[in-house]
Write a protein that binds this ligand. Structure first.
Ligand code: HPA
Length: 286
């Protein structure tokens, strides 16, 4: 079975049961942030395990299903409740497969979210950080190997990996809604260990403001296909060595939970604005 055939099967499977002929965008929900999908109107749920060539997400706090629904009337999107991580042992191709499938279903943008450790000294647990740019420190790249020319170019430009217009929109919405929104550079590492304090000092020197174990692969694959990307990190803890506390997944989940409402309001606000634009400009992108 070729990659193209696998892609076509997964696309057909979703298309056959989707109430929505066209999806406008994808929201990838990270650890502890899955509740956003419950805000969609007229939701349709598809378990990852039922979709051909999707894997199952094994991480606690990730539900493992796709939710299709309306973020605003007539503005249907897909939400991934849970994602595939490189540290789970998945190949990069597997990690980015859902984004590639959704692109075939018509999406024009991807909003990606994650829980991350704060490196910037001003970032307290609970800070929301708009991702301005990233450092790919995973030691791998989802585009390695033969290029899928039907998806995008061999050497994709990454100079605006996080779309400028979407970043501006996120800042506008945050300011209108009085949601504090920091911004910075996200460093993506393979995990699954949290960093050592020495690694965190290194990352600071490299220009990172936050560190996590996801997002970078999906953002690379999305850029390859010309999607407009926006990213938000929920800073769930200070990175190792910056506080006296040891790191735990439980702390990550608890803080994400506490930031949930602000986080959901921000996502919803951005989607409402995108919906308004898309209805005003039915031919246009975001
Ligand atoms: N490091 C890496 N990934 C994370 C962290 C962290 O401190 N917190 C949440 N995800």
């Amino acid at each position: 079975m070729t990659f193209q055939e696998q892609l076509a099967q997964a696309v057909a499977f979703i298309q056959n049961q989707s109430p929505y002929p066209q999806l406008k965008g994808l929201v990838v929900l990270g650890s502890g942030l899955g509740a956003f999908a419950e805000t969609l109107q007229n939701p349709h749920y598809i378990e990852y395990k039922d979709i051909p060539y999707f894997q199952q997400s094994s991480v606690q706090g990730h539900a493992g299903r796709l939710v299709l629904g309306e973020a605003a009337p007539g503005f249907a999107i897909a939400c991934m409740q849970g994602r595939f991580h490189y540290y789970e042992g998945h190949a990069m191709d597997t990690v980015v497969f859902p984004v590639r499938v959704l692109k075939q279903l018509g999406i024009e943008f991807m909003m990606v979210t994650n829980a991350a450790g704060g490196i910037h000294p001003d970032f307290q647990p609970g800070t929301l950080m708009l991702i301005e740019d990233h450092l790919n420190l995973m030691g791998d790249n989802p585009l390695k190997g033969p290029n899928y020319d039907m998806l995008g170019p061999r050497f994709p430009d990454m100079s605006e990996a996080y779309n400028q217009e979407m970043r501006t929109l996120a800042k506008q919405v945050a300011s209108e809604q009085n949601i504090e929104l920091a911004s910075g550079v996200y460093a993506g590492l393979s995990g699954p260990t949290y960093e050592t304090p020495a690694e965190v000092r290194m990352l600071r020197g490299l220009g990172a403001d936050a560190v996590g174990m996801s997002t970078v692969p999906e953002v690379i694959a999305a850029n390859h296909m010309g999607l407009n990307v926006m990213g938000i990190s929920c800073i769930t803890n200070q990175a190792a060595g910056l506080s006296l506390q040891k790191l735990s997944h439980q702390e990550v989940m608890d803080t994400a939970e506490q930031s949930r409402q602000r986080f959901m309001d921000l996502l919803q606000g951005v989607l409402t604005r995108l919906a308004a634009k898309s209805i005003a400009l039915p031919q246009g992108g975001v």
